[in-house]
Design a protein around this ligand. Structure first.
Ligand SMILES: NC(=O)c1ccc[n+]([C@@H]2O[C@H](COP(=O)([O-])OP(=O)(O)OC[C@H]3O[C@@H](n4cnc5c(N)ncnc54)[C@H](O)[C@@H]3O)[C@@H](O)[C@H]2O)c1
Length: 341
């Protein structure tokens, strides 16, 4: 599993810098394009990285003029360009700023539809539908090629669960479904492995702790940056799962994807040579608490999805998406009929 070209857009930012270093050290990445605004000087990042003795070649590009060159022949494009929410300034809506940034980036990326796109930028629940809509307009949309990175949620869920149960974190798995913010991310501790019997009150406090993880980090950093190091680490790990799939070995990780009928949802996704090929069903054995959280999450997601999609296609509505296939070609596989959308 070697020989992939990866482009990172937003490489000079809080997530971009540590992620670009992890990508330079990633043995599966043999070509790395780092791209950011001229004012942030991506050439400086590339020069710095070029002193790390690893086999990959680093090239730098300035957006907007050189984005086309940066993404050309890329296998994967990771997008971290955009701004984060300041916890003490809730009126500053990152959607307004980031939607325009993402639209401009998508309009270039959609000309290279072979590349898988991994979106990190917030609000993720809206940015993935927005990005997808640009591809639809260009006639190059393949729902298997655009995914939202929710690996940070999974990392936090694994860490909290292993700390609480005394298990080795490297052997723990906790699926996180729904969306990617405090209202929509739903860690499924009932499905965690290895299994541990946690009382409902513990599960509820762990759930809250996972949902507030991003805000906790941003607050701890005085609002200046978001969860940059842990997100960079989680994104690089997630990339490896995607690359394993692209190189022909099936792999699984949670991600936020188009499930068809205008529904986007995060859950365990199987990756193969075509990208995100299907979402695994949520088992019937989830708890009542989790089922209620998923239902609440779906209601919130409807608004987030519409917000993102209508930024590109004002006439977009879920009813008009009935024919759209998503990665499933069917409805979200929630395991129970009453939870289907
Ligand atoms: N998915 C996740 O798990 C997760 C976790 C934390 C933060 N985030 C989000 O990721 C995004 C990036 O966070 P950050 O802390 O790195 O922010 P940051 O402000 O430190 O960095 C953003 C970078 O994007 C660049 N940028 C802005 N417009 C651009 C454009 N048009 N083209 C290229 N580059 C451009 C900026 O110059 C900057 O270098 C934010 O939206 C943040 O909320 C996501």
């Amino acid at each position: 599993m070697t020989g992939f070209k990866v482009t990172l857009v937003g490489s000079c930012g809080g997530i971009g810098q540590p992620l670009s270093m992890l990508l330079k050290l990633n043995p599966n990445v043999t070509e790395l394009s780092v791209c950011d605004l001229e004012s942030c000087n991506p050439h400086g990042i590339a020069t710095d990285l070029s002193h790390i003795p690893s086999p990959s070649k680093v090239m730098s590009y300035v957006n907007p003029d050189q984005l086309t060159d940066a993404v050309r022949d890329s296998d994967v494009i990771i997008v971290t360009a955009g701004f984060h929410q300041h916890p003490e300034k809730p009126s500053e809506d990152p959607f307004t700023v980031n939607a325009k940034i993402m639209k401009d980036i998508a309009e270039v990326c959609c000309k290279n539809p072979r590349a898988m796109v991994l979106i990190v930028t917030h609000p993720l629940n809206s940015m993935v539908p927005l990005f997808s809509e640009v591809y639809k307009k260009a006639g190059t949309y393949d729902p298997r090629r655009i995914v939202g990175v929710t690996a940070f949620d999974v990392a936090k869920a694994i860490t909290s669960y292993s700390e609480k149960t005394g298990q080795d974190a490297s052997k723990v798995n906790v699926p996180v479904v729904g969306g990617h913010d405090y209202e929509t991310a739903v860690p499924l501790f009932s499905q965690a492995t290895p299994k541990a019997d946690l009382p409902p009150s513990e599960v509820q406090s762990l759930t809250k702790c996972c949902q507030m993880a991003g805000t906790e980090v941003t607050k701890a950093k005085g609002g200046r940056t978001s969860a940059t190091l842990s997100t960079a680490w989680a994104t690089n790990n997630f990339l490896n799962v995607v690359l394993q799939g692209l190189s022909g070995q099936k792999s699984t990780a949670c991600a936020y994807v188009d499930c068809g009928d205008g529904q986007f949802f995060a859950g365990p996704v199987e990756f193969d040579g075509n990208g995100a090929s299907r979402m695994l069903p949520i088992p019937d054995s989830i708890t009542e608490f989790e089922r209620q959280m998923i239902n609440k999450s779906k209601e919130e997601l409807k608004k987030n999805i519409k917000n993102g999609a209508t930024f590109i296609t004002p006439e977009w509505s879920p009813e008009k998406q009935r024919e759209s296939k998503g990665i499933l070609g069917e409805k979200i596989p929630t395991g129970r009929k009453e939870m289907g959308v």
